[in-house]
Design a protein around this ligand. Structure first.
Ligand code: ZN
Length: 297
């Protein structure tokens, strides 16, 4: 199922799914909130998926869910607007590690974003006036489905709920130069975590390690690779992380970016006001975000 979070006419948050209805080839949004006992939050739905998921899938299949509208005309929010944790992996593509001049990591490079960085499809990435090097990074995002604590690789994929497109927006001048070499601040400015447009349950993605990942800036393709390039596959990442902290339903795992980032280009390419950023991943749609200057205080 392809799940969305959307805003209804009264601007309240609801959950939905994408459907092809009738003869139309374009996706339409159908409402899940009423069928899901009033749940308005996908993180909550994930926690109750074993009980509610099969019935929702059946109602989607039989076309008995109320239609909200064509996908392009529904106000989408981030699929998981306020995850408890946003964990990110750096340098997880062998070819990207090479372009940064960094050695191939022997264990995952882990950092994070705060939930306040998360925005949805169509929302603006805001360039802070205190950075002049805001870069793009297209990434596959794994959404955790079941609590994972001290698990091993053999069962790790049982803890995955699904996947979505993500954009790890990165202020390089804050990531690398300051403060004290920690990446956090450069990665977690507000709006630096676009996700969506939808969350695909894992049955929609038979092999998450065979997905083309692309980034386009104003229509020009600047990143193109495939998740088969991962240095650390998803099961290994989940096992590794879960031996340090507990992963919970709805937590997000950004899995690293392919080569072609702006800072590695000659001359470098950084996001500018008026740009349009697009992340596209096989089976996960296209995540489009405009780029603007951060509004004055
Ligand atoms: Zn990244």
């Amino acid at each position: 199922m392809r799940l969305v979070t959307y805003l209804s006419a009264d601007r309240s948050m609801r959950i939905g799914a994408l459907a092809n209805l009738g003869s139309s080839m374009s996706d339409r949004v159908v409402d899940l909130t009423d069928a899901a006992e009033g749940i308005r939050c996908l993180r909550e739905l994930i926690g109750r998926w074993d009980r509610l998921g099969p019935g929702l899938a059946e109602r989607l299949r039989t076309g008995s869910l109320p239609e909200v509208g064509p996908l392009g005309q529904v106000a989408l929010a981030p699929p998981i607007p306020r995850p408890h944790k946003v964990v990110c992996i750096g340098l997880n593509y062998a070819d990207h590690a090479a372009e940064t001049g960094a050695p191939i990591p022997t264990e995952p490079v882990v950092f994070n974003k705060f939930p306040t960085a998360i925005i949805g499809p169509g929302a603006a990435i805001e360039l802070p006036e205190i950075s002049s090097q805001v870069d793009y990074e297209a990434e596959l995002v794994v959404v955790i489905g079941k609590t994972a604590s001290r698990i091993d690789r053999s069962t790790a994929m049982d803890h995955v709920f699904g996947y979505m497109c993500g954009h790890d927006v990165s202020a390089r001048d804050w990531q690398k130069g300051r403060p004290g070499g920690q990446w956090l601040l450069g990665k977690t400015f507000d709006t630096f975590g676009p996700t969506g447009p939808f969350l695909a349950t894992k049955d929609e993605i038979p092999d998450p390690h065979a997905l083309d990942v692309r980034f386009r800036l104003n229509g020009r393709e600047l990143q193109s690779s495939n998740t088969r390039q991962f240095i650390f596959p998803i099961d290994q990442l989940i096992a590794h992380l879960s031996n340090v902290f507990t992963l919970e339903p709805g937590d997000l795992l950004f899995t690293g970016t392919p080569p072609g980032v702006g800072t590695a280009r000659k001359p470098p390419v950084y996001l500018q006001p008026g740009d349009t950023a697009e992340v596209e991943i096989d089976g996960l749609g296209v995540l489009v975000n405009p780029v603007v200057s951060r509004p004055a205080k």
